[in-house]
Design a protein around this ligand. Sequence first.
Ligand code: AMP
Ligand code: ZN
Ligand code: FE
Ligand code: FE
Length: 281
Amino acid sequence: MIDLHTHTNISDGTDSPRELINKALAQGITTIGLTDHDTVGGWDEAISALRPGIDLVLGSEISAQTSDGISVHILGLLFDRHESELSQVLTNTRENRIGRMERIIGKLNAAGYDVTMDDVRAQLSEGATLGRPHLADALVAKKIVKSREEAFSELLHNNSAHYVSHYSPTPEVAIQHIKRAGGVAIIAHPFASLRGRTISVESFAPLVAAGLDGIEIEHRDHSTEDRQLCREIINTYELIETGSSDYHGTGKLNLLGESITTPENWEILASRATGGKVFRA
Ligand code: AMP
Ligand code: ZN
Ligand code: FE
Ligand code: FE
């Protein structure tokens, strides 16, 4: 089973990279992608945790935003982490997320919710990419809400009064950086409308021109209609279809291997990457 999109506590998942590898092995995953938000911080631990029976695909899920403010996630896999422009984009995004969090907290405080940056930091592993899920965890710890889900649906969702975006490249720029760093670029859950506004079918042309390799079709946040639309786009532009769990440990309901990529599709994608290799014990 090939699952190319997962998170650890190096961003907003709850397992360490080592725990992720162990769980993936125990659950019959044969190829696991590590794609923490805007960071490569978990790569070394994941490599050192490898044992026979599983292939490791290193990557990152890059937060992007269109010029009209739509949030888009681009999975970069098998890129060279030393490529300086890509690395700088990831660093800028991570640093910008700190001021952004302070602004969200300010809005919540103004609305009467008692939560501080220290409360949020208490939920974060060292060096992890800071995100709204950590704020959600702080709100749970303070008994303001019962779960991450409730925190998002009541207070933190993209259309809420407390939402603030952070610096992100456009999806085209994110894709170009991934490609220049020798990686493959896959748009994650493009029509997952639970999260807010999603991009139009027309906006795929510039993404393809920038080098987009694939579309994550099989994802729990896509309806049957969303998947059908993705298939039409894949046919139009000859893109590769993937499927993945977007596992976040106990941070979300998503289970390892609940959606997967076929070996044939993974072989095509992997053969296009020049920036990094698949690791194996
Ligand atoms: P941020 O990167 O800070 O904008 O936060 C976005 C992250 O929050 C995404 O990566 C999702 O994994 C997570 N997220 C979004 N909606 C929910 C939800 N309803 N419950 C739990 N996590 C969520
Ligand atoms: Zn996440
Ligand atoms: Fe995502
Ligand atoms: Fe994700």
